[in-house]
Structure formats: structure tokens, C-alpha cells
Design a protein around this ligand. Sequence first.
Ligand SMILES: Nc1nc2c(c(=O)[nH]1)N[C@H]1C(S)=C(S)[C@@H](COP(=O)(O)OP(=O)(O)OC[C@H]3O[C@@H](n4cnc5c(=O)[nH]c(N)nc54)[C@H](O)[C@@H]3O)O[C@H]1N2
Ligand SMILES: Nc1nc2c(c(=O)[nH]1)N[C@H]1C(S)=C(S)[C@@H](COP(=O)(O)OP(=O)(O)OC[C@H]3O[C@@H](n4cnc5c(=O)[nH]c(N)nc54)[C@H](O)[C@@H]3O)O[C@H]1N2
Ligand code: SF4
Ligand SMILES: [Mo]
Length: 839
Amino acid sequence: MAYKRQIDRLPIIPANARKQNVVCHYCIVGCGYHAYSWPANKQGGTAPDQNAFGVDLSEQQYAETDAWYSPSMYNIVKQDGKDVHIVIKPDHECVVNSGLGSVRGARMAEMSYSQARSTQQQRLTDPLVWRYGQMQPTSWEDALDLVARVTARVVADKGEDALFVSAFDHGGAGGGYENTWGTGKLYFGAMKVKNIRIHNRPAYNSEVHATRDMGVGELNNCYEDAELADTIMVVGANPLETQTNYFLNHWVPNLRGSSLGKKDEQFSGEPHDRGRIVIVDPRRTVTVAACEAEAGAENVLHLQIKSGTDLALFNALFTEISEQGWVDQEFIDASTSDQEGEGDGSDPARPGVLTSFAAAREGNRVAIEEAAEITGVSADDIRKAAAWIAEPKEGGARRRTMFAYEKGLIWGNDNYRTNGALVNIALATGNVGRPGGGVVRLGGHQEGYARPADGHVGRPSAYVDRLLIEGQGGVHHIWGCDHYKTTLNAAEFKRVYKQRTDKVKDAMNAVPYGDRDAMVEAIVAAIDDGGLFAVDVDIVPTKIGEACHVMLPAATSGEMNLTSMNGERRMRITERYMDPPGQAMPDCLIAARIANHMQQVFTDLGKADIAANFDGFEWETEEDAFMDGYHATAHGGEHVTYERLRAMGTNGFQEPATGFEDGKIVGTQRLYTDGKFGTEDGKARFMVTAWRGLQAPGKTEQQAAYPFLINNGRANQVWQSAYLDVENDFVMDRWPFPFIEMHPDDMAKIGVKEGDLVEVYNDAGATQAMVYPTPSARPGETFMLFAYPTGVQGNVVNAGTNELHIPNYKQTWGNIRKIADAPASVAHLSFKSKEYSAA
Ligand SMILES: Nc1nc2c(c(=O)[nH]1)N[C@H]1C(S)=C(S)[C@@H](COP(=O)(O)OP(=O)(O)OC[C@H]3O[C@@H](n4cnc5c(=O)[nH]c(N)nc54)[C@H](O)[C@@H]3O)O[C@H]1N2
Ligand SMILES: Nc1nc2c(c(=O)[nH]1)N[C@H]1C(S)=C(S)[C@@H](COP(=O)(O)OP(=O)(O)OC[C@H]3O[C@@H](n4cnc5c(=O)[nH]c(N)nc54)[C@H](O)[C@@H]3O)O[C@H]1N2
Ligand code: SF4
Ligand SMILES: [Mo]
């Protein structure tokens, strides 16, 4: 590693520094932090009464002391226009992370906008409009007038279906309850926009329709369950790298056996061992290696399936567990429906049959040998997994098993049925609503969903990317997502998107910017000719933004007050600890100002009835949006205010709120503890989930045509599409190009060395990556970093989705050829194994 921060001294946080609540705005885990800030011309001292830690800093501190922070946790930012020192450090008292940071979260401070220290100078400071052939700064008034006039005109002429929207639907940065409500009220309240998609997929749907249809909401347990489980079964996730502190602070203690005391305390009378783990992933991840190091290889079962075959494995496990009589019959009788379902699972809105246990058992019967053939996992290992999941413990006690899954399942083959098949196992073994159980998404971002009803989008909802490629839509509003790096069929998407938006740019170039009427006419004429007018709301210049006509600068977490919940529904507030750059403002207020302008334009057009739909956006602050949205509309929201959340600190409460007592919001630790589920009759449903091979169009052919699996996903250091990391040397020095992990034999076959640049190509497109030799990879199976600005994996993902338009990013095959020897920026990199081993 060549990169060094070159800092040998940091100011001490003074005793009277301001201390605010922060929840890391990156991943789902939502670790608790505090932001300490104090005037730029002051600093604390070593005496206990001179520093925020209250300890004598002239003495050597112990190894894991809290009285410490790293250079990456420090910066100088503005508060009310004045420079202040800021330290954003993990909170030892937060039950989520107990003081742990991560290689992402512990960089929040250095990833903040700082003029004094030149960090994140890429941040958007002003609205930008296309003027005289390039993007130029302007006022909010001017930019919003242009957006509203073009949007209102297109809606008036062609209807709301001509307005296309892409929007975040999560918590943390680029989301939160405030901002999902702001955008939601605009597009689903004031309008009824149907051609809308979510940040990470080409339609407005659920990643997990199946579990919801079965009555089981996807975030139903709590993080402590990972400490209490006898067995954890994790599918298609790499939690050491992607849910880092959940894994380190709650899974590892169980795998090490250090949560045994907790187990004894909570379930006295049951026999207890350290936790075991079953990992389903075609790849040997660093999580597998870490589990082996922590639990001992004998307590780790890695089911290294062939890509996309999870469903066959789950049906076999369900069959075996049922046949062994390891099911929880009492739970099945009391809490699941005995009504047999109808249909054959061919309804595109519901591509699996909701039914009784008996019918699912019949419909999903798969012999272990058959599953072994499909999945490539040995019959013995499948039997062993069934026993680890469900075989009763000594004395007949029920085994407590927690099931967790993420993108290897969600973006995997046959999403709906595969999701249903996993939930079948959890229901059959009575592992929902009980300590040490749960069948849960691990999650991506935090959640922060508050929006008016979205029923009008329909199910299956529109495949928005396809419609855009087909030339539909006149205006596109984009909120905090960058499809150029993150969508599927990305090569084709970009080709068409550029053509369509260029048409509008050419039209805009032909009229003087100051003549608003002529400008709107020119834009509308270009739209009539197949063009697309695009508006991007973001915090930095994006790749898709290069095609846009307007960019609006958003404030992000910490530059505004922002609320969200994590993977155990733990809701907290991140308090505003610094000023946003320039004129940037919170997304919810941008949405409100767009609504205000739309109202004005419709009024001017003489359409008073439509204008009236844009009432109710008089918000001045993000708190106004919160009160209008979450507080007024969420389940239990009436108990929640900013003031109460501030008082609840970084531990917050777990949603839904059920009351407010003794100055505290009362929450819900686990869902479904009463055995009643989210269906009309309160009974959960099983699902018939017959295996049907690779389900998404084009995948079977692609697999047959190309030699390499191009598996893809995330790496510890990089957050998402690297939107902030591109300006962080720590990350760009390590990954100047996206890595592609390859077995050395595969490298020899195509004649490449470590660090060489290769082209990855197939029928969908082409992209580039940097070769990372990986002896633990299976020959023929590669893994590429997704969404990277210097090589977009999505270029080679085809357009195939399931019936509900859930993309299948993970099942991608292609060819690989050498482009160039390792460039200079790669020469100093280490290519040693990423595996973590016991000390
Ligand atoms: N091949 C492949 N493709 C994938 C996936 C995969 O596994 N493989 N995974 C998918 C998944 S799960 C995801 S989540 C997506 C991610 O896809 P995107 O959501 O498109 O990617 P992000 O990098 O998260 O982009 C977020 C954008 O939001 C902006 N932003 C950050 N904070 C704020 C804010 O406060 N306000 C506003 N307005 N903007 C903000 C950032 O600058 C950035 O441009 O990618 C999907 N695509
Ligand atoms: N460091 C870091 N952490 C993150 C993010 C980040 O960008 N960086 N992003 C966040 C977001 S938005 C998300 S959605 C989550 C995603 O979190 P994860 O789902 O844990 O991450 P991925 O790397 O996308 O994919 C997980 C695993 O799926 C496996 N997989 C591929 N195909 C299959 C298959 O057919 N079957 C099975 N069983 N597994 C398969 C891959 O080998 C990979 O190890 O991470 C969150 N956390
Ligand atoms: S684990 Fe996730 S939430 Fe916690 S510090 Fe890391 S990125 Fe932030
Ligand atoms: Mo995600």
C-alpha cells in the first residue's frame, strides 16, 4: 500500500466540544457515531478536565481505548459559515457497533466537504443548467423555473405517463424518511406517476415480494438474534465486507462462543454450543475464511453451489427437513394457513403459489441426489446442512436458526421463487418471531421509506429502462442514483440515453438561454422528435449527469437532519453537524420547491384544478417534511418527533413505535412474536416453488456461449458506485480499476499477469477490469467489483429480469481478453490474498 495520509498530529477534542448524534450514512448496519465540533482556533489539552474523554492523555492509553481517533475521522468544515474542527468517531455505547468503525464509516469526516482541507471539492454547490454548450451555474429560481416549465408542459400535453422518474427509496444519504416522503408526495401525491423506478432496479417493485406475500416482512428479527442462534444460515451475502460491524459485533461473538453466557441466560435448560454457520455462495468469500478462523472449520459449512441454483438446494433442504420430521408442527398448525393455494405459478404478478405446508411439501419435493446434481454440492453436505438447520438438540430442544440473505439471492436466479423457498424452511422450522431466529434480508442501505400509496404503479410495474430505450417518456427526473454505473443492460441504456438527451442539448444550443419561452418550445420540439429532457438531483457530478440538462445540488446526511432505520428496524436521527456546500439543500426541500414551481406554472397555464394538486409543500425545513410524512403517516409515527429522537441518542428505538413512556419512545424488538403474520387472516403462507432452471431471458444461452462466470458485487473499502471514493486517495490508490478475481489457471489460459487490464465482453456489451489472481476462486468463475467508474460491470449484464422486473445482475457470463499490461497506477499494488486468518 503506497498511500499515506501524512498526518502526525491531530488537535485534542476539548471538554466543551459540541457533541451530536450521527448514524453512519453508508450501509444498512447503521453504526452509531458522534460528531464532535469546536471552533477552529481552539483545542483541548491532556488534563482530564481539558478533553472530551475526561482522561489524562499524557499517559499511555490501553489498546482499545475510546480516547482516540484516527486522521480519517477528522476534518475542518463549516458551521453557520464558520470553520470548525470536526471529529466523527464511533460510539462505544451504541449497541449496534459498540465503538467499532469500518473502513468506510470511519472515513465519514474525511469524506465531508471541506474548503480548508480540500476534501470532496467535487461536491455540487450550485444548480447547473445546460447553457451555451456546457453546464453552467445558476440560481435555484432559474433552474427550478426551467424544470417546472418543461415538466408541466410535457405533463399537460402528453399526460403524467410521459414523466419518468428514478429515485432512491432507502435511508442514509440519498434518502431517509424526509427525502423519500418529499419525492413520494411529489410523484405519488401531487401526481400519479407510473413510470418510476427505484435506484437499484429498473422498476418500482419490491426486492422481496415473495416473503411479503407469505406474510413475513423481511426485517423481522434483531441483531442480537445472531448472537443467540444455534445456527446461522446465510445465503448470497458477504457480511464481513458488506454488513461489516453487524458481522464483527454480533456474528463473530457467537462463532467464537463468547455469547454462550447470553444464551444460557435467555434459554436456561436448553443445551448450548457456540454457533455454527452454513454459507451458500458460489464463491469462497472472505466471510467464509473469517468464519473458519473464528469458529473453526468444523463449525462452518460452505455450500459452494453452482451460480443460480439456490432454489434447488432450498427445495431439497425443505424436503429433507420435512421427511426427517424436524419441522415445528405446533407452529405450523397455529401460525400458518392450511388452505391449499390455487393456480400453477404462471401468473406474472405472483410467480409462485401461496399455499399450505402440506401442499408445499408435495409441490417442492426434490430428492437430495437430484439437488446435488443441479447444485454441484455433495449429497452429504446437503444432509449435513439440513441437520445443522433443523435437527433437534440434545433432549429434543428445537434448534434456533437464523436465516439471512442479500444480493446473491435477490439479484440471483428466479428471485420470487428462491426467496419463497428460503422462507418455507424458516416457517417449517418455526424460526420466525422467536429469539435466535428470523428470516431476514441483511440489507443494503438503511431504510427510510415513507410515501403515499403506490398502488397505481401496478404489479408487475413498468420496466422503466426498457421504455426509455424504446423511446418513451419526455422528461426524466433522477434522484440520487447513477444508472450509467449501476443499471443492467447498461451499454445499451447509455447508447440510447445519450442520443435522446443530445437531441435536446442540440435544440437548447440553438436558442438564447435568456429567452425562456423560446427555450421551452425548442426543448418540447426536440422531445416530440424522440428527445429526452433530463434533470439530475445529486451531491456530486455523476456519469448520467453528463447527459443531463439540469443538475440540482442536494445536501446530504449531516448537512441536514436525517432519520432512518437499520436492519433491525432501529430508528435514529443524524443531526445536522455542518453546512451543506454552497446553495445545496435537502432533497425534500428540492422536491417541495419543484412542487411550488409546478403549481405556479399550472396556474399560469390556466389549469387551476391541476395546480391544486400541488398544495401542501410549504415546508421550510426537513423537520416540516418529517412531521408531514413519517410523523403523520407511518405506523407508530405519531410517537416520534425530532426532539424525542435526539433524546434517544444513537440507540434510538426499534420500529414500529408503540408508545411514549417515561420520556422514551417504546419500540418493538422482534416482529411476529405473537405468531400472527402480515396476511389478511394473520396466518403465514408457504409457497410452491418449483425449480425451472435459469429463469431470466437470455441467461441459459449466455451461460452456454461463454467460458467465464462474471459474478459481481462489492468490496470492503468501496462504498457503492464510489461516488465519494473517486475523490479519496485511500480508495483510488488501492483500486484504480475494478478488480476481477481470477483463478491462476484461467489467467494462464488467456495469458495475463496480476494487474493486467482485461476486456470483459459478451452479447450485452463490454467493459474493463484489472486482474486479481485468486487461487481460492473456482476455475471458470470470476468475481468483478460492481458499479465502478473506471469499468462498469453492468455493461455486460443483459436485460433479463424475472416476471416482476427484478434484475438478475449476478448470473452473467462472458469472455475475457487482455487489453494491456498493468499500467503505472497499478504497478505498486499488492495482490496478496484478501483472506483473513486467525492471529
Ligand atoms: N452489476 C450489478 N449492478 C448492481 C448491483 C450488483 O450487485 N451488480 N447492485 C444494485 C444495488 S443493490 C444497488 S443499491 C445499486 C446502486 O445504484 P445507485 O443507487 O445508482 O448507486 P449509488 O452509488 O448508491 O448512487 C447513489 C447516487 O446518489 C448520490 N447521493 C448520495 N447522497 C445523496 C443525497 O443525500 N442526495 C442525493 N440527491 N444524492 C445523493 C451519489 O452521489 C450517487 O451519485 O446498484 C445496483 N446495481
Ligand atoms: N463495503 C460495502 N458494503 C456495502 C455496499 C458497498 O458498496 N460496499 N453496498 C451496500 C448495498 S446497497 C447492498 S445491496 C449490500 C449487498 O450486500 P451483499 O449481498 O452481501 O453483497 P454482494 O457483493 O453484492 O453479493 C453477495 C454475494 O452474492 C454471491 N452470489 C453471486 N451469485 C450467487 C448465487 O447464484 N447464489 C448465491 N447464494 N450467492 C451468489 C456473490 O458471490 C457475493 O459474495 O451491501 C451493502 N454494503
Ligand atoms: S458497517 Fe456500515 S454503517 Fe457501520 S460504519 Fe461501516 S459502513 Fe457505516
Ligand atoms: Mo443495494
